[in-house]
Ligand binder design. Structure first.
Ligand code: ZN
Length: 213
């Protein structure tokens, strides 16, 4: 090795910063590798190996989640988490310029709190109208905004289909096994209806066509 020993102060900085700060931060805190005026900063590798020796492998990322892990653990999509990040103005750390973003527990707590409040329709866990995506107009039920609610109910009646998601689901469950190319559509529509969501206009028209209406 031959480099300068890590002082207690440097080790303390390393310990305090675990899970919070990036490698450049450690480099500023840890000082130089050798005892001469223009000595280089401690290398990335030196910081990793010191952290591993003192605090165990993986310690620099301890207390953090990657975006993928955060999405898996919270059930929110990556897009939703990124939307919350930008709304909350959070800065996520990264151990290298191309490394994954690391979200601390505190940041993730804040994100979950924000996303919880962010639902446009709390009851159905929706971020906007299922038909048009609008989130300004009030929710009128079945995951639809007032405008779409009126329109789609009218459309369902004209097509002689039930208006309640549950009744449409029962109707779909009674249908024959769909042709192969329609299976994905049917599966998705049943899942949406099962959550109490309305079908969107395109789904309603596809269903009507399948039923020969
Ligand atoms: Zn709408």
């Amino acid at each position: 090795m031959g480099g300068r020993r890590w002082t207690k102060k440097e080790d303390d900085a390393l310990f305090d910063g675990i899970g919070v700060f990036s490698i450049p931060w450690f480099q500023r805190k840890a000082g130089k590798s050798y005892d001469y005026p223009h000595a280089p900063l401690r290398s990335r590798k030196a910081i990793y190996s010191r952290a591993a020796r003192r605090l165990g492998t993986g310690s620099l990322t301890r207390g953090t989640h990657t975006l993928i892990a955060a999405a898996r653990e919270t059930g929110y999509s990556r897009g939703q988490i990124q939307r919350a990040q930008s709304a909350l103005n959070q800065k996520w750390k990264r151990l290298s310029t191309r490394g994954p973003y690391l979200i601390t527990f505190d940041q993730l707590d804040e994100i979950i709190g924000w996303l919880r409040q962010d639902y446009w329709c709390m009851k159905l866990h929706l971020y906007g109208c299922v038909n048009c995506g609008d989130k300004q107009r009030p929710s009128a039920g079945m995951g639809l905004c007032q405008w779409c609610y009126r329109r789609l109910r009218g459309l369902l009646r004209r097509l002689d289909l039930p208006t309640q998601p549950k009744k449409i689901l029962i109707l779909m469950q009674s249908m024959d096994e769909p042709p192969l190319e329609m299976r994905a559509f049917v599966q998705r529509a049943k899942a949406d209806l099962g959550r109490g969501w309305s079908l969107d206009e395109k789904q309603i028209r596809t269903l009507a066509a399948m039923l020969g209406k």
